[in-house]
Design a binder for this molecule. Structure first.
Ligand code: FES
Length: 300
């Protein structure tokens, strides 16, 4: 039995927006993005209804064949999409989908990646961009068992700060068949680790009080207190609060004591039965990812 959050189970038992979109008015367009295959164990069709004048997603529905986390990820994705502008929706990451569920077991992160891919497929269809010219399909084929290119593997490693071939398998399945591509995946990980180190050197040189690091930059191995506080505040504002706001929640940074980050939950989060899970899985994991793996989060 997987260790799913309450939110995953809630979406699994009461999936939102299941089915196809059968109606549209003048000025609206319905498109579908389809990924996965039943042979691979998961498949997802994401349907979007877009208002052409405002470029806004009016409705999002899904049909899936998959496990509890595939259903929950698809359901959460449709909730995240309604009311978003098309260009904004295209920026949605698999990490945000997983975070909106309070996190997913790492072995199930491929479900969030599948949601993001279906979203891109639907929007590219809407924009008239042929899917076989999509970046992820270009590049060198690394995993023949699952048809995964190096471009796609690099993207998922960068987006999710992955560090092992096992994690890559969990996120995109590459390496999960005959295993013959694992050495190539290790080479890609090595290449990106070298890139990250380079990035750290640059960041260390330019970070100042008035020019703090961006949330997506890799943190240097040792942050000064001022750099750490600045980066924690920035990650909370840019990466965590927008996700909590999707559910009417919010949080404020209360204090930082060494590696202990004290926060106050606000709005829907303050009375939410799953707030402990939300804290541990979403907030702490994001801060560990983007600031320092030593950080712990406590609600005050
Ligand atoms: S080629 Fe990647 S698992 Fe077989």
């Amino acid at each position: 039995m997987w260790d799913y959050t309450d939110k995953v189970m809630e979406h699994f038992h009461n999936p939102r927006n299941q089915g196809a979109i059968t109606d549209k008015q003048e000025g609206e367009k319905v498109v579908t993005g389809e990924v996965g295959s039943i042979a691979c164990g998961d498949a997802l069709k994401l349907h979007l209804k877009i208002d052409e004048a405002t470029q806004t997603i009016q409705d999002a529905r899904f049909q899936t064949f998959g496990c509890a986390s595939a259903i929950a990820s698809s359901s959460a994705l449709t909730e995240l999409l309604k009311g978003r502008k098309v260009e904004e929706a295209l920026k949605l990451t698999n990490k945000e989908i997983a975070a909106s569920l309070g996190g997913l077991p790492e072995e199930k992160m491929h479900c969030s990646v599948m949601g993001q891919e279906a979203l891109e497929a639907a929007i590219y269809t809407y924009q008239g961009i042929p899917l076989d010219t999509h970046d992820d399909e270009e590049g060198n084929l690394i995993c023949r068992c699952f048809g995964i290119t190096d471009t796609k593997i690099k993207r998922v490693i960068r987006d999710n700060n992955l560090i092992s071939a096992e994690q890559v398998t969990n996120y995109v399945k590459a390496g999960g068949g005959c295993s013959s591509c694992l050495a190539d995946i290790d080479d890609i990980l090595f290449e990106i680790a070298a890139e990250r180190e380079k990035g750290v050197e640059v960041a260390t040189q330019v970070w100042t009080e008035t020019n703090p690091p961006t949330a997506t930059q890799t943190a240097p191995p040792t942050l000064t207190n001022l750099q750490k506080i600045t980066l924690i505040q920035k990650v909370i504002n840019d990466d965590i609060r927008p996700i909590l706001a999707e559910d009417g929640g919010d949080l404020e940074l209360f204090d930082i004591d060494g590696d202990l980050v004290k926060v106050q939950l606000k709005g829907a989060c303050s009375g939410c039965a799953s707030s402990t899970e939300t804290l541990k899985l979403a907030i702490e994991a994001t801060l560990k990812d983007l600031v320092s793996p030593l950080l712990r989060v406590e609600s005050v």
